[in-house]
Design a binder for this molecule. Structure first.
Ligand code: HEC
Length: 137
């Protein structure tokens, strides 16, 4: 019975695009979270859906300023944004119910997947920004 999880993990690495990339335990957690919470809208390859959901590939929102990125997850986003000359109007709900660790894992995952090559996001960075946002209210 103990082999089953290992086999599943190996299968996952062999076949699924969202399991490839870097392979620290944290990134496996990030891939799972992406699958569970983000993929339905942003798609397995991070390509989004034209006129519905913006892509996570090569966008400055994903690879740029961490504070802005963390704030998008904690607060959600509800403003028209332009990515690659395409305007997106649909709002995205907050993921503030995820733990700081989960947010760090999923953001690290998207910053290092789909061809993105950016730096990691730590649990501490998410905690700090969550506190800053709470103090504003
Ligand atoms: C219900 C569909 C939906 C889900 C689920 C969803 N998003 Fe979004 N996301 C959107 C939409 C729509 C926007 C654009 C919001 C706007 O323009 O105000 C967006 C915008 C973004 C942006 C900024 C724009 C960009 O494309 O770079 C990031 C980053 C992002 N989402 C990450 C995530 C992550 C990470 C998850 C999972 C934890 C997630 N989203 C889950 C629909 C979704």
């Amino acid at each position: 019975m103990r082999e089953i999880p290992v086999t599943l993990l190996l299968l996952c690495f062999s076949f699924s695009p969202y399991c490839q990339g870097n392979t620290t335990p944290n990134s496996i957690e990030g891939a799972k979270l992406y699958h569970q919470y983000c993929m339905s809208c942003h798609q397995a390859d991070g390509g989004g859906v034209p006129q519905m959901t913006p892509p996570l590939v090569s966008t400055n929102y994903v690879t740029g300023d961490k504070k802005r990125l963390i704030t998008i997850l904690l607060n959600g986003l509800n403003e028209p944004i332009v990515i690659n000359d395409e305007v997106y109007y649909n709002p995205m709900a907050s993921f503030g119910y995820l733990t700081d660790r989960q947010i760090a894992a999923v953001l690290t995952y998207i910053r290092k997947s789909f061809g993105n090559q950016s730096t990691s996001v730590s649990t501490q960075e998410v905690s700090k920004i969550r506190k800053q946002l709470a103090n504003k209210n």
